[in-house]
Design a protein around this ligand. Structure first.
Ligand SMILES: Nc1ncnc2c1ncn2[C@@H]1O[C@H](COP(=O)(O)OP(=O)(O)O)[C@@H](O)[C@H]1O
Ligand SMILES: [Mg+2]
Length: 423
C-alpha cells in the first residue's frame, strides 16, 4: 500500500466494505475483448430501464439521488481503459505453498548461501531440487540477495538456465525454499570424476549453451556475477543449466554511493578489473568468468588456482603478459593499480598452456581473457566466433554419455569408465 493510500485509510484501517468504485471496478474486470467492448457498452445501456430523466437505476443507496449518466456520456467513456488488461489477467497474489508438498529425499550440498535438497513433488511425483535460503541470521528482514536470486531466475527463463518452479515456505518465517528442476550433475563434480577431459566437440556444445544463457541474461540486464563450474549444472542429456543467481543483480539500476560491490565472483573466476578495485563494472565480468570456465573445460582443472588476490593477479600477468597502456588504457586509473608491481613485459603463455587447441579456439579464449573490459568479447559476439563453425563440430547433446549422478546418490564405481562417441 502506498503512503497516500495509508494516509487515506487513517491510523486504523476501516473494514473494507465494497464501495461503489469497487463494484464498477469489478464489472470492468470481466475480461472483454476490445472489439466486443462497444457492443457490451451498448448492451448495458440498452438494459437500463428508461426513465424520463435518463438517469440509471443502479443506485445502492436508496436515499441518495440516482447518478445522472446519459447514454451519450456512457458511450463516451474513456477508450484508453480497454487497452489495460482486466484485473483477472494480472498475476494473482496467492500464498506460497508449503514445503510439505514435497517429500525430502537427500541433501545435495550445503553451499555459501543455502542448503540444497533433492525432493519429490507429492502431487506429480516430479523430482526437484529445493534450495533453502539462509535466513536464520538475518537481522534486517528478507535479504535483498534472496529477492534478487528469485527475481533473476524468474527473469531468465531459458533452456540453459535452471528452471525455477515456485518458492515454498516451511513452518517459520526463516524457512523459505526455491524449488527448481533437479539436474543430475554440476560441472565441477563431473570434471573431477571424469577420467579424461571433454572432447573438443563436447567443449564447443557446452560453451555454446553457456554463452547463449549468458547472452540471454545480459540482454535482460542481469549480471550473474558468480559464474564457475560448480554453478553450472548438466543433465544426462548433455544440456547445461546456469544456476545459483545468489549474487546476480540488474546492471541497469542506479547504484548507491560507492558503486557496485567488489565482493563478487569466486576468486579464481574474478575479472582483473574487480581485483583492481573497480566499482563500476558490467557484463564483461561474467565474460572473464566464461573464459576461465572455457579453459577449465579444456584443462579439466581450474585455470587460476590462486590462494589469494595477489597470487591471482601475478598468475594472470604470467599467463597473459602484464597489461600495457595499449592493451588496457584504464589500468593505471584503477584504485589498486598503484599497489601492484608490474612484472617486466613478456610474451603471453597461452599457447604453451593450451597446446592442443586450434588457432580459432585460442583466439576465442584470448578474447574472453582480455584485460580491457571494453575490448572483451560479449556473449552475443562469442556465439558467432569461427571456433564453433570449424571442425570438429559441436556434438549434438543427445550424443553425450550419461554419468552416475552424485547428487542423486548414485555411486561412481572406480575406475569409472565414460563411454562416448570418439569425435
Ligand atoms: N537444481 C539443482 N539440481 C541439482 N543440484 C543442484 C541444483 N541447484 C543446486 N544444486 C547443487 O547444489 C550446489 C549448491 O547450489 P547453489 O545454488 O550453487 O548454492 P550456493 O549459493 O550455496 O553455492 C550446486 O553446486 C549443485 O551441486
Ligand atoms: Mg553455488
Amino acid at each position: 500500500m502506498s503512503t497516500d493510500e495509508t494516509q487515506q485509510a487513517g491510523p486504523s484501517t476501516p473494514s473494507r466494505k465494497r464501495s461503489r468504485w469497487d463494484l464498477d471496478d469489478a464489472a470492468e474486470n470481466e475480461p472483454v475483448e476490445p472489439t466486443q467492448r462497444s457492443s457490451v457498452l451498448k448492451k448495458r445501456v440498452k438494459s437500463k430501464p428508461p426513465t424520463d430523466s435518463g438517469a440509471t437505476s443502479r443506485s445502492h443507496t436508496p436515499t441518495a439521488p440516482p447518478p445522472r449518466v446519459s447514454v451519450e456520456h456512457t458511450l463516451r467513456r474513456p477508450t484508453h481503459s480497454i487497452y489495460v488488461p482486466p484485473r483477472t489477467l494480472h498475476p494473482p497474489i496467492v500464498p506460497s505453498r508449503s514445503v510439505y508438498c514435497y517429500e525430502r529425499l537427500n541433501s545435495i550440498e550445503e553451499g555459501s548461501y543455502g542448503v540444497v535438497f533433492r525432493a519429490r513433488d507429492k502431487e506429480t511425483g516430479d523430482i526437484v531440487a529445493l534450495k533453502k535460503l539462509k535466513l536464520e541470521e538475518e537481522k534486517h528482514g528478507f535479504p535483498i540477495t534472496a529477492l534478487r536470486e528469485v527475481n533473476a531466475l524468474m527473469t531468465c527463463r531459458h533452456e540453459n538456465v535452471v528452471g525455477i518452479r515456485e518458492v515454498v515456505v516451511g513452518d517459520t518465517l526463516t524457512q523459505v525454499f526455491i524449488v527448481m528442476d533437479f539436474i543430475e550433475h554440476d560441472l565441477k563434480t563431473l570434471l573431477t570424476v571424469m577420467p579424461s577431459p571433454f572432447l573438443q566437440s563436447e567443449v564447443k556444445t557446452l560453451m555454446l549453451q553457456l554463452l547463449s544463457a549468458v547472452a540471454y541474461c545480459h540482454e535482460r540486464w542481469i549480471l550473474h556475477r558468480d559464474l564457475k563450474t560448480s554453478n553450472l549444472l548438466m543433465n544426462n542429456r548433455g544440456t547445461i543449466k546456469v544456476a545459483d543467481f545468489g549474487l546476480a543483480r540488474r546492471y541497469g539500476d542506479p547504484v548507491g554511493v560507492g558503486g557496485l560491490t567488489q565482493l563478487v565472483v569466486t576468486l579464481w573466476y574474478r575479472a582483473p578489473e574487480i581485483l583492481l578495485g573497480a566499482t563500476t563494472y558490467s557484463t564483461a565480468v561474467d565474460m572473464w568468468s566464461v573464459g576461465c570456465i572455457f579453459a577449465e573445460l579444456l584443462l579439466k582443472e581450474p585455470l587460476f588456482q590462486a590462494k589469494g588476490e595477489i597470487e591471482l593477479i601475478s598468475m594472470i600477468f604470467k599467463l597473459l603478459g602484464p597489461p600495457t597502456s595499449t592493451t588496457w588504457p584504464e589500468y593505471s586509473s584503477l584504485p589498486l593499480a598503484k599497489t601492484i608491481n608490474l612484472p617486466a613485459p613478456h610474451t603471453p603463455q597461452l599457447r604453451q598452456r593450451f597446446p592442443h587447441i586450434s588457432t580459432a579456439g585460442l583466439d576465442l579464449l584470448s578474447q574472453l581473457l582480455t584485460y580491457d573490459p571494453e575490448e572483451r568479447i560479449t556473449a552475443a559476439e562469442a556465439l558467432k566466433h569461427p571456433y564453433f563453425s570449424e571442425s570438429p563440430y559441436p556434438k549434438h547433446p543427445d550424443l553425450f554419455g550419461s554419468f552416475p549422478s552424485a547428487a542423486a546418490g548414485e555411486k561412481y564405481v572406480p575406475p569409472y569408465i565414460y563411454i562416448r562417441t570418439p569425435y
